[in-house]
Ligand binder design. Structure first.
Ligand code: SAH
Length: 399
């Protein structure tokens, strides 16, 4: 692999020195000519005075030209480096796994664990990983070897079938690297609740582990409540609410296979799915339909997919969040609870709160913040990299 040098424009070294892992094209004064480098080649980053400040990997096809791996000039990038980083990241998850009630965990969370472009999730004895950048893709063989050595999983599957790879000039890729995968689903625990992850065809690496804490918190408020679970996917929130004593949960999602798994999740945990509803519908139109029928709920959960991947979509995304929250507030009984989320990294907590406030004004609903909600601790946020704080939510009460 070639090793290149990029030099930054004067003044652009500060974020890098402070720990931000991304260097955009606009920060760069000189870089290799496109034909001189391969996507994912290693690179030393120099400040405008030609002093070393970081080492990382480079991709001329991406606006994020460099992702930083180290700021230590003595640290070189090879298999052992990756193994140390991966094993340190795994060790940081002990707290999540220690009481045995949780066996589904994100072991490596890309930039936040100093491994840009790599995601590793464990579901019981199965491991599912994603490579999102050219700079990590170069190390696929080593990554597989390291994960097999460190984790000794029954199954190792790669779910690099994410559209963002195309920004890096990579094709989508899905492959079972080790083990017998059967129908692709594996059982695991989240706070004592049994779930199956469809690691072969499910979203992301198979399950939304990032909502673990919020599911537990929201479930604690569900006693004797009629719950509307929007964007239910496989019913993560539904099972927590059933466990919390909800009278009835209406689950809405556009995906029938996800709703089928939601049913299965309830019965696996000793709840009768026939007491609940599972509706394949577009949430936006379904909420409007409920409003015209004047059907009200005690608790509403809004956990939509990401609405925005580039800042050009900001207005549209904010309108989407506002519409959803406005409709939900109108469908809440007085005293009712709204658990509302945004997993759009480009919308920060302040902006999300402002949008939800706008919705409450238009809905003529006075809302209290009962609690702020966040991605679970195995999806850590780097202080130097606020972009890693992508999932935020609020538990609100209509007063
Ligand atoms: N709350 C879930 C995760 C939600 S992921 C959990 O705890 O696991 C987002 C879900 O929204 C996906 O299941 C997707 O199928 C669904 N979805 C996306 N757009 C939708 C729409 N307009 N109407 C209904 N469902 C939608």
């Amino acid at each position: 692999m070639n090793h290149h040098t990029v030099v930054l424009n004067a003044g652009k070294e500060k974020p890098v020195l402070n720990g931000h892992p991304w260097i955009f094209s606009g920060a760069i004064k000189s870089e290799p000519k496109p034909q001189e480098s391969m996507p994912g080649d290693l690179v030393d980053v120099l400040d405008s005075k030609k002093q070393f400040i970081a080492r990382g990997y480079y991709n001329h096809l991406s606006q994020i030209r460099v992702r930083v791996l180290t700021r230590n000039a003595q640290e070189f990038i090879h298999e052992d480096f990756l193994k140390q980083r991966i094993s340190a990241s795994i060790a940081r998850r002990n707290h999540v796994l220690s009481n045995g009630l949780t066996t589904g965990v994100r072991l490596v969370a890309h930039e936040s664990d100093q491994l840009p472009g790599l995601v590793v999730d464990q579901f019981g004895a199965w491991v599912s990983f994603q490579i999102l950048t050219a700079g990590m893709d170069v190390w696929r063989k080593e990554i597989i070897k390291i994960l097999l050595e460190l984790l000794k999983p029954d199954v190792l599957i790669e779910r690099s079938d994410e559209a963002v790879r195309e920004k890096e000039g990579l094709k989508q890729h899905k492959q079972v690297h080790y083990g017998q995968i059967g129908d692709g689903s594996v059982q695991f625990l989240e706070n004592g609740i049994k779930f199956v992850a469809d690691v072969l065809n499910g979203h992301k690496t198979g399950f939304y582990l990032d909502q673990r804490d919020s599911r537990r918190i929201v479930g604690q408020y569900a006693k004797e409540k009629l719950v509307l679970n929007c964007f239910s996917y496989t019913g993560g929130f539904a099972v927590s609410c059933a466990q919390g004593g909800a009278t009835k949960i209406v689950n809405v999602d556009e995906s029938m296979p996800a709703l089928d798994i939601a049913r299965r999740h309830l019965s696996m945990n000793g709840f009768d799915p026939s007491q609940h509803e599972f509706l394949k519908a577009d949430v936006f139109s379904y909420l409007r339909e409920l409003r015209s029928k004047q059907q009200f709920f005690d608790m509403i959960i809004l956990d939509p997919p990401k609405f925005i991947t580039s800042t050009s979509q900001m207005d549209k995304a904010c309108r989407g969040y506002k519409d959803l929250n406005l409709l939900a507030m109108q469908l809440l009984r007085p005293g009712g609870l709204l658990a509302t989320f945004s997993c759009s990294g480009l919308i920060d907590r302040d902006l999300f709160q402002k949008v939800v406030f706008g919705a409450s004004v238009d809905a003529k609903s006075e809302m209290q913040i009962v609690q702020h909600l966040s991605q679970a601790e195995d999806h850590p946020v780097l202080l130097s990299f606020p972009e890693s704080m992508y999932l935020k939510g609020m538990l609100l009460r209509k007063v």
